[in-house]
Design a protein around this ligand. Sequence first.
Ligand code: NAD
Length: 434
Amino acid sequence: MFDSLKNKILSKKAKIGVIGLGYVGLPLAMAFAKKGFKVWGIDLDKDRVTRLKKGQSYILDLKPSDIVNMQKDGSIIFTSDISNIKKLDAFFICVPTPLLKTKEPDVSFIISAAKMIKKHMKRGQVVVLESTTYPGTTEEVMLPILESTGLKERRDFYLAFSPERIDPGNTKYFVTNIPKVVGGISQCSTEIAALLYKQIIDKIIPVSSSRAAEMTKLLENTFRIVNLGLINELTLMCDKLGMNIWEIIDAAKTKPYGFMPFYPGPGVGGHCIPVDPIYLSWKARAHGFEARFINLASEVNEHMPQYVIEKMISALNKKKKALKSSKVLLIGVAYKKDVQDLRESPAFEIIEILKRNEAKVSYYDPYFPYVKLDGIDLKRAKFTKEVLASADCVVIVTDHSNLDYQFIAKNSKVVIDTRNALKNIKNRSNIITL
Ligand SMILES: NC(=O)c1ccc[n+]([C@@H]2O[C@H](COP(=O)([O-])OP(=O)(O)OC[C@H]3O[C@@H](n4cnc5c(N)ncnc54)[C@H](O)[C@@H]3O)[C@@H](O)[C@H]2O)c1
């Protein structure tokens, strides 16, 4: 079985499936199709599948023309039909791993994907989980479901975990040039999954187990949340000490070793950084270990939207205005620059606090004509001189690259710049940074 699967992979005859066509799954499916594999992109969201069939891209990094051409030449098929699984030799699971309202891991998407696979699985397949999750998920959650078919890992199928490290909006690093960590349930599973990835990615890093691969991803994201928490705390500290954190970071990053710059912001958003480390602290707690750094960093980061509001209040006070009834215009609502993604965006917390305080909130974001989420229902304002000038306070929440910051600075009464997007503006009399 091992050699036959290996030969199929090396001859590009292996049929590839990607389950979950989001920010992770779609680029992966397209990377395999580009390398000459026949790929089935499977998603239960019929709307996403319909859009892909029409050649529409809902991910800014992926070109609609590539989506059209790959379907035309038959290298990729988009479908919601799960029974295609029985045709496949290898498939990747890229489903969401959010948090429950209780801030506990929600692995229900992984469980339902595994149960779905179970119905159509056959001998000789390799399954790889890519969704970020707590150490042990592949072995403790996926494996028992797949083995309940009577098939056995290593004897009948292979199972591995490989964390996705994609950074949406990053124009330098994408699926194929980011080294890939792979850990299987058995050595054979590691080898076969590594061989698969080797067909599209230059550098593969095999690790001892699926658990080690899961933990690697959580180390990476915990490193980010903790450093963001640190820099956000130093931002609050610098404010009290009358110093500009941005100047300090720029100076510190000239050190050629031992320092890596992290930047403050209005809060930490996205599907990964505020969420994944909570998966780890939950798992650690179940083993009687309290992950203090993660808890503290989350606490500091969660305070940042309130800090932005305090900056607004102080700026408005100087103009003898109260937050109540003031017009506040947010520039950018995406969780980070150059992405069309609102998940966990700090903009929502800021809007909610503003609404509670009866401010008149509007926003402009080139990627969202309207925002409807968690009780917030807003239509995009126009990006004009008049709109900027009529706001009592403009807040840059997301620093998209395609915005004219000179224009924003020139036409606004006062700007709270949470991203240092106005760093090159000379006349700074109306600009307040974090
Ligand atoms: N977004 C990122 O930048 C990023 C980076 C690295 C890792 N991750 C991790 O990758 C995973 C996926 O993230 P994403 O951002 O691509 O999520 P996403 O929400 O954009 O996409 C997930 C897709 O899975 C589909 N889906 C859910 N259950 C399904 C099922 N049973 N069968 C078929 N399709 C199903 C959904 O309809 C959705 O289209 C998460 O675990 C995330 O933490 C995300």
